[in-house]
Every structure is written in structure tokens, then in C-alpha cells.
Design a protein. Structure first.
Lengths: 170, 397, 117
């Protein structure tokens, strides 16, 4: 086993453990903090895959913005609802468990038939600037220029939707 | 390659040789040497940090027409060490309702978020740290960990002041992150890279001359990001006492305090890197790496001095004014500036260097002037609305 | 991968040093806790209730607006890196992208969501 694989196994185990803790701890702020740990673990996995830009973006967007948004949302509620004292599982827990097992099995099945699943990734040539390539792909008409602009419209829609919801609540 | 031309490599080779001589694995020896190098760098930073306390106290004293620390040692230079000893031997109290683990983790994360910033700082042409190709975004990523540590500190103290203080501070930090990210696009456009070293290498003309407005917006956003006056909303003495770190004492408080000072110094350094050529100064950096380090530290100190100058001169503003300033002025201006810069860059790309620089600078001045005129007109309109046409006319005469 | 190993080491050392400093202070400092010392600080008044106070929804709105702009600017970074090698068309693409987002900011502004009330 190489050092990289050992690091991956440790990071993967910690990420999964904190993901489990997100849904099992009772205090909502703790859950949000465990979520941060999970997202950070995913960022480390990205770096192991040589996707440095994606890792940094993961930290900036998920930890810097989404986790903060979660904590703000939790703090907007009252503590009584935050430290929930009711049962952790309701009587439909088996349906949820079944759904997640089926989803996992389905994904595993789909990925297994995909050729990239078993293929070794080719080494990245030296001097390869991933961000530059990404910029080229995002702006070339043959590449992803339409999704790039649509992303902007999507973000606009998200903003308008959020404002609309907040405005109506008032 | 002698010691004076590339001290880092010589020292690393020498140490690796020793470790391999002890029968260590090559890769392990390399990692150990890097670990030791980082350790030494961070220890030097901590020593600088200790002196920053002295600098801060001396400078604030001068701004307020006092002398400042002058009893211990020449010019009070030993004073910060006395402060450290005081912090070391103080009792470390933990409030009753605190969430112990989160409470203790927060000051460590706060300090860490500042220290890791130095991973991407190029100190000299031969000492690059990590030349990350996403270097600019790494600053923001480290900042998000700092934001998180503040919210953790505020929440875990279980104190009303600290929770409110943390919320205000975080609102300030995330709001001003938007114009900061936007103006970071401008050096990226000029240099065609997000790596710190490439940005420095392509600054044959300092970017502050190409885009003075971007440099100004960056330093304003940096001051807000640091939570220093005039944006120190978290620590309103009369309403919130000292903000998110109110329940911290001893070394844990020291971590927040030292972290804040080092953060200000670091952002002074980033200001120097992004807009003032980093370690470059008329070719002096090629003479010796030690000179290059001296140049970048000097630029960082200069940036830090400007941050202090603003802190001790400008009055603090209310949270609504500050958020309005950010969202209604700084953010639109920053994005307009990005658009104008991209456009001018495309138009002037093939023009001569002098035309390029003057065109860029002129476009910056125009953007600044137009935005100030718009604000002035809007302010006038609002005054007219509030006071009535007649009174406004009277005030005008 | 190698450069991220350095970053990882930086994270490690960056954590070890504060832990060391706090640890040394914890060893050296006196430990004489008493209920008054450990009570929550509230300007000398007995604290009532918990530290958890309900917040204005405004904080949430600002965090939402921030999130949208954060994601947008992150999209713009690859564009900015590539810009020097691209033609006029790409510049226009980026400007359209920013303009759509500024439309969102203007909408938020007009709806009065940026007011701190």
C-alpha cells in the first residue's frame, strides 16, 4: 500500500464517521460542525485526486458559505427545537434505510458498468494548468459556454427565490 | 549554489544528508525536513507576532500623543515578552455553560487559519513556499476557517454578548469577502494566473499603477475581514464588551489576539504581493534571497502600518451603515471594475506598455469618479426626500 | 499531490503550535476554579436564561446573498486566468455573466432586502 492510499483510507474513514455523526448528534450546531468536518474531508479527497482547484473551491463555498448559512439558520430557531429531546428515529426508519441501500446499490451497479471505474487514470502531464484548461472549457463556444451562462441565470433564480421567500414571511 | 544564493536548498540538502546518514528512508527524510522547515518558519512568524504587539502599542501611543511602553528594555522592547509571560501564567477559566470541546478548539483554529496563509507566500525567488496554482483562492479558503472559528468561539461560550458579537463579526466578514474576491480577479486577469509567484513575476509594473482602485478596495475589504476599526462591530465596548472572545482568558485569548495581529500583518503582505510587486524591488531581489525577504517583510509592515493608521484615525460606523456600504457601494463598484478591466485588457492588449498602463489607470479613475458622483447624487436625492426641498436648498447656501 | 502534502504539513504545524502554547499555559497557570469565577460574564449581573438569543432573519438574508456571489466569483476565476489568451467574445461572456448577477443584486436591493431593519 502506498502512503497515498493510507492517507485516503484514514481521510475516508474520518469523513464517513463525521457524516454519520451529522445525522446522529442531538445538538444541531454540533451537527453543523460535523458537517464541516465531512466537507473538509471531501476537500482532502479532492486534493488526493489532484483536483486542487476543486478542493479550494469546496472549502470556500461549502465551509465558508454553506456551513455558515446552516449555522445562521440553526441559530435563527429557538433552542428548544435545537436540542431535540424526542426519539431519534420515527417508525418509518426502515423505509429510509431501504431507500439509501437501494440508491447505493443502484449507483454501484451503474458505476460498475462504466469503463472509467476500473481504469487507471493516466498521469497528468507536467506543466498542465488545470485552471487554465477549465477557463478555456468554460468560455469556448465548443465547450461549456452555455452552461456557464446558465449557471449565472440559475444563481439569479436562487437569489430571487430566496428574496421572495424572505419577503413573503415578513 | 552556495548558502547566500539559495539558503533553503542548501540547508534542506544538508539536513536530508544527515537524516539519510542515520539510515532513514529518502522520502521520510524529505518529509521530515519539510516539516522542520515549516516549523522554523512558523516559529519565526510567532516571534514577529510578539514584536507586532510592541509595534501596535508604540504606534497607537504615537497616534494618541502618548509615548507607549518604554520601561522594559530599550524603547520598551522587552514589554511584549512580559506580556507573553503574563498570558502564560494566567489562570485559564472556562465558563460553566461552555461547550468544552468547541470552546477549546476555536482559538486553535483561529490561529491556524492565519498561520496556513503563509504556505502560499513567496518569500524570495528561491523560497516559494508552495506555489499553488489556486493561491489567490487559498487566501479566501483559509479565511473561511477563520470565520468558522469565530462562530465556534461565540457559540460555545454560551454568553449572549459573545453570540451577538460573533454573529456581527461573521456578517461583516462574509459580506466583505465578496468585493475582496472580486478585486482579486483583477491581478488574476493581468497575470493570467492565480499563483502568487506568477503574479509577482509578471509585475514588471506594479499592479497598483494599473489598478489603484482595486488596491484600495482590497485594503478596505481586508480591514473589514480582520474585524479592525472602523469595522470592529464585534467589540462595541458599550454594548457588546469585547465580542466573540469575551469568555476567553489567558493563552486562549492570547491566541485570538496574536492571530488578529498576525492576520493584519499577513494581509499587509498579501496587499504587497498582489499590488506592490511582492519581493521585487528594482532587481534588488536578485542580489540575495535575504534581501528579497527583507523587501517583502518591509512591504508587509508598510501594509500593516496603513491598517493601523486607518484603525486609529477613522471612527467606527454602525452595522447597518457598514453593510449598506458593502452591498450598495463596494460590491457593485468592484464588479463594475472587473468588467471594465476585462474590457480594457482586451482592447489595449496589443497596445504599447505605456498606453496600456495609462489606459488602465484612466479607466480606474473614471470608474472611481463616476461611482462617487452616483453616490453623491443619490445622497443628495435622499437628503431632499428627508429634509424637504426647501431645507436642502437652505443648507446649500 | 506533492504540493498538497506541504499544505497538509502546514495545517499540522499550524495546529501543533497553538496547542503547544495553550498546553504550556495550562501547565503553568494556577487552577483554582470557583462558581463565581466560572459564571457567565454579563456585566456583573446574574445571567438570565441561556446564551442562545433569537436572531434577526436579516443575518440569514445576507448570508444567502453572500453565498450566491461567492459561487459566482468562484466561477469567474478560471475565466480570469484564461482571459489573456481569449478573444473579445470571451470578455463579453464574462461581462454578461456578471451583469446577470448584478441584476440579482439590484432586485434584492429594490425589494428592500439589503436594508438593516
Amino acid at each position: 500500500m502506498t502512503a497515498e492510499q493510507i492517507i485516503f483510507l484514514i481521510v475516508g474513514a474520518v469523513t464517513l464517521l463525521s457524516a454519520v455523526l451529522v445525522v446522529t448528534v442531538r445538538d444541531l450546531v454540533h451537527a453543523a460542525l460535523w458537517l464541516v468536518a465531512t466537507l473538509f474531508g471531501v476537500a482532502i479527497v479532492y486534493t488526493l485526486l489532484n483536483a486542487g482547484f476543486l478542493a479550494v473551491v469546496q472549502v470556500v463555498v461549502y465551509i465558508g458559505a454553506i456551513a455558515i448559512l446552516f449555522i445562521f439558520a440553526v441559530m435563527l430557531t429557538r433552542r428548544q427545537t435545537a436540542a431535540d429531546t424526542g426519539a431519534a428515529l420515527n417508525k418509518n426508519w426502515w423505509a429510509g434505510a431501504l431507500m439509501s441501500v437501494l440508491t447505493f446499490a443502484g449507483l454501484a451497479y451503474l458505476l460498475q458498468s462504466w469503463s472509467g471505474f476500473s481504469k487507471q487514470a493516466s498521469a497528468i502531464p507536467s506543466g498542465f494548468d488545470a485552471i487554465n484548461e477549465l477557463g478555456g472549457a468554460l468560455t469556448s463556444p465548443a465547450g461549456y459556454v452555455l452552461p456557464f451562462e446558465v449557471a449565472s441565470v440559475l444563481l439569479l433564480a436562487a437569489l430571487v427565490g430566496a428574496v421572495y421567500l424572505a419577503f413573503n414571511k415578513k | 549554489m552556495n548558502f547566500w544564493n539559495d539558503p533553503l536548498k542548501v540547508a534542506a540538502d544538508w539536513l536530508t544528508g544527515i537524516f539519510v546518514g542515520w539510515g532513514m528512508n529518502d522520502i521520510f527524510a524529505h518529509v521530515l525536513v519539510v516539516f522542520l522547515g515549516i516549523f522554523v518558519l512558523i516559529m519565526i512568524l510567532m516571534v514577529i507576532d510578539i514584536f507586532l504587539v510592541w509595534i501596535e502599542r508604540k504606534v497607537v501611543a504615537r497616534f494618541q500623543d502618548r509615548i507607549g511602553p518604554n520601561r522594559l528594555g530599550p524603547y520598551g522592547l522587552i514589554q511584549p515578552f512580559a506580556d507573553i509571560i503574563k498570558l502564560m501564567i494566567k489562570e485559564d477559566t472556562t465558563p460553566d455553560g461552555a461547550d468544552k470541546v468547541v470552546y477549546n478548539l476555536a482559538p486553535m483554529l483561529s490561529m491556524m487559519s492565519v498561520l496556513i496563509l503563509w504556505a502560499v507566500v513567496p518569500l524570495a525567488p528561491v523560497m516559494l513556499g508552495v506555489d499553488l496554482n489556486a493561491g489567490v483562492l487559498f487566501i479566501i479558503a483559509a479565511g473561511s476557517i477563520g470565520t468558522l472559528s469565530i462562530i465556534m468561539a461565540g457559540w460555545s461560550s454560551n454568553n449572549k454578548f459573545s453570540v451577538i458579537g460573533a454573529f456581527r463579526q461573521v456578517a461583516v466578514m462574509i459580506s466583505f469577502e465578496v468585493p475582496m474576491l472580486a478585486v482579486m480577479l483583477i491581478p488574476t486577469i493581468f497575470s493570467g494566473s492565480m499563483g502568487m509567484n506568477t503574479i509577482i513575476q509578471s509585475q514588471n509594473i506594479w499592479y497598483v499603477f494599473l489598478s489603484p482602485l482595486a488596491a484600495l478596495i482590497f485594503i478596505i475589504a481586508a480591514i473589514a475581514e480582520l474585524g479592525r476599526a472602523p469595522f470592529d462591530l464585534a467589540e462595541g465596548e458599550s454594548e457588546l464588551v469585547s465580542g466573540y472572545n469575551i469568555e476567553y482568558s489567558g493563552m486562549k485569548f492570547g491566541m485570538f489576539y496574536a492571530g488578529e495581529l498576525l492576520h493584519a500583518f499577513t494581509f499587509g503582505g498579501f496587499w504587497g504581493i498582489l499590488f506592490f510587486g511582492g519581493y521585487r524591488f528594482f532587481g534588488l531581489e536578485q542580489v540575495s534571497p535575504f534581501l528579497a525577504i527583507a523587501i517583502i517583510l518591509f512591504k508587509a509592515l508598510l501594509g500593516y502600518w496603513i491598517i493601523m493608521w486607518v484603525k486609529y484615525t477613522v471612527m467606527r460606523i454602525r452595522i447597518d451603515q457598514m453593510l449598506a456600504f458593502n452591498w450598495k457601494f463596494l460590491t457593485p463598484v468592484a464588479f463594475v471594475l472587473v468588467m471594465v478591466t476585462a474590457l480594457m485588457n482586451a482592447i489595449l492588449r496589443d497596445a504599447g506598455s505605456w498606453l496600456y498602463v495609462s489606459g488602465m489607470m484612466l479607466s480606474n479613475v473614471v470608474v472611481a469618479w463616476v461611482s462617487l458622483e452616483v453616490v453623491r447624487a443619490a445622497g443628495k436625492k435622499q437628503r431632499v426626500q428627508v429634509e424637504g426641498v426647501k431645507q436642502a436648498a437652505e443648507a446649500h447656501h | 499531490m506533492n504540493e498538497w502534502l506541504y499544505i497538509g504539513l502546514f495545517f499540522l504545524v499550524g495546529l501543533i503550535i497553538p496547542i503547544g502554547a495553550i498546553g504550556i499555559a495550562w501547565i503553568l497557570g494556577p487552577k483554582k476554579p470557583n462558581p463565581i469565577k466560572q459564571s457567565t460574564y454579563e456585566c456583573g449581573i446574574e445571567p438570565i436564561g441561556e446564551g442562545w438569543v433569537q436572531f434577526k432573519a436579516q443575518y440569514y438574508i445576507f448570508a444567502l446573498v453572500f453565498l450566491v456571489f461567492d459561487v459566482e466569483t468562484v466561477f469567474l476565476f478560471p475565466w480570469a486566468v484564461r482571459l489573456g489568451q481569449l478573444g473579445f467574445f470571451a470578455v463579453v461572456e464574462g461581462i454578461v455573466f456578471i451583469l446577470i448577477l448584478i441584476a440579482g443584486l439590484v432586485y434584492t436591493w429594490r425589494k428592500g432586502m439589503l436594508e438593516w431593519v
